[in-house]
Each structure stands twice: as C-alpha cells, then as structure tokens.
Design a protein around this ligand. Structure first.
Ligand code: FPP
Length: 239
C-alpha cells in the first residue's frame, strides 16, 4: 500500500456543464466551483497532504468569451480576499505558477499580498496555476538555459534534469503523485507535463462544482491501492 500522496494536482473541470444542467449561467458554475475549492483545500489539509496544486486558469483560457474571462479574474480576487483568514488559520502557504505578467493588475496585487502574508506558513503548500501552460513553462526554461549556455554560465555537458527543474516556474514543487481530473474528460490539457511523469491519474465523472470532501477521500483511497513501480518490476518492489 502506498502512503498518502505527497503532491495532489487537480484539473477542476465541468463548471460550465454543471451550470447548464442546473439551467444557470456559467458564472454560477464558476462561483459554485470556487466554493468547492475551499472545501477541497480544507480536506486536503486535514488529510495531511503537503502540496496541492490547482489548475485555475490555463494560458489557453484567454480565448474564452471576454465576459467569462473577466468574471473568472474577479472571482479569483474575491476568493483570495475571502479565503485569506482561512489560509492563515490553516497554516497554508499560497504560491502561484504561470506567467504572472499576463494577469490583470488587481489579480497580481491580491496574489502578491496573500503570497507574502502566507510565506512563513509551514503547513500545506497551495499552488494556483494561473495563466499556466506546461509547454510554455518548458519553453521559457529551455530558453533561459540556452542563454546561460551561450553566455558560458552553464556548460552544455552539465545540463541535466535538475538544471531543467531549476528553470521551471514550479521549481520548488515535488513530482505529482496523484493527478485528479473531474467531469469525465480524460486528458492532461497542458498541465504540469514535467511533474506528472510518474503520476497516478484519477478521472471521475463528477463535475467540479459537485466534487466534495468524500470525492477527494475516494481518490486518495484509490491511489493508496495502486502499485507504483517507477519502471521496476513488481517483484523488485517486494524484495
Ligand atoms: C473549468 O470548468 C474550470 C475553469 C476554467 C476554472 C476553474 C475555476 C474555478 C474553480 C473558480 C475559481 C478558482 C479559484 C482558485 C478560487 P469549465 O468552465 O471548463 O467547464 P465546462 O468544460 O463544463 O464548460
């Protein structure tokens, strides 16, 4: 049996379909989704998860209707404000990954504020992926390494996996142990490609606004039953 996953990453999907099924606007779906973020963050902390990473806004989400993008950005600011005390009370450290320069100023400001105020917290690390794309992340890392090689700061022979990790937005994140995606879609959508190399994948039909503490517990129990071989044989693991 595996122990608790150290790092859980979640692709929160299905807000729009949830709203559709309820005959409500997509806004309501995102609002209900934000509510679930709170529940899941609290449950993850309670379970002793060390790292929780949430795909909150992808670098491709800008192509959604302008109104929806604006609403998502506003929701981020209000959620950060509203949840601030809860993060402090739960000793959670907030951080973000993605291209922050592309975010609207109020989001950047609020994010910076909460990151600063929670930076000495010693409990779970909650990472929001915002304006994030894994291919973009890898591209900027490779570009930065190429410049260092060109300027003789790094020698090409010395480039190894740790060099790449050091140049990722998510350099302080450990490998993902469990990747959850809600809403029945079974794809990765440009999320944390480097870190999910050996992640266990868990797909559920539950739409994100319906995903609750019990669903998270179920995913953790499912993970615990899996055998992670990391390229080895089953027999090697038992020896
Ligand atoms: C996917 O649902 C969800 C998103 C694009 C963003 C996730 C955002 C939230 C859960 C709300 C706020 C987040 C935080 C961190 C407070 P979708 O709209 O793609 O659903 P659909 O595929 O059914 O249309």
């Amino acid at each position: 049996m595996n122990r608790l996953p150290k790092h859980i990453a979640i692709i929160m999907d299905g807000n729009g379909r949830w709203a559709n099924l309820q005959g409500k606007s997509r806004v309501k779906g995102h609002q209900q989704g934000a509510q679930k973020v709170r529940d899941v963050v609290e449950e993850a902390t309670r379970q002793g998860i060390e790292y929780l990473t949430l795909y909150a806004f992808s670098s491709d989400n800008w192509s959604r209707p302008k109104d929806e993008v604006n609403i998502l950005m506003k929701l981020l600011v209000t959620s950060l404000k509203k949840e601030f005390n809860r993060l402090i009370n739960n000793n959670i450290r907030l951080q973000s990954i993605g291209d922050m320069s592309g975010l609207p100023t109020p989001v950047k400001q609020e994010l910076k504020y909460v990151i600063k105020k929670t930076k000495n917290n010693t409990g779970m690390v909650l990472t929001l992926a915002l304006n994030y794309g894994a291919k973009e992340e890898l591209t900027q890392a490779i570009k930065a390494i190429a410049f260092k090689v060109k300027n003789s700061i790094i020698s090409p022979e010395k480039v190894d996996q740790s060099t790449i990790i050091e140049h990722l937005y998510s350099q302080n994140l450990p490998a993902v142990d469990l990747l959850i995606r809600t809403s029945g879609e079974e794809r990765i959508s440009n999320f944390l490609l480097w870190h999910i190399a050996y992640a266990e994948l868990y797909f559920t039909d539950t739409l994100w606004p319906d995903f609750n503490k019990e669903d998270l517990q179920k995913a953790i129990v499912d993970y615990a039953k899996r055998e992670r071989r990391f390229g080895k044989t089953s027999q090697q693991l038992t020896n």
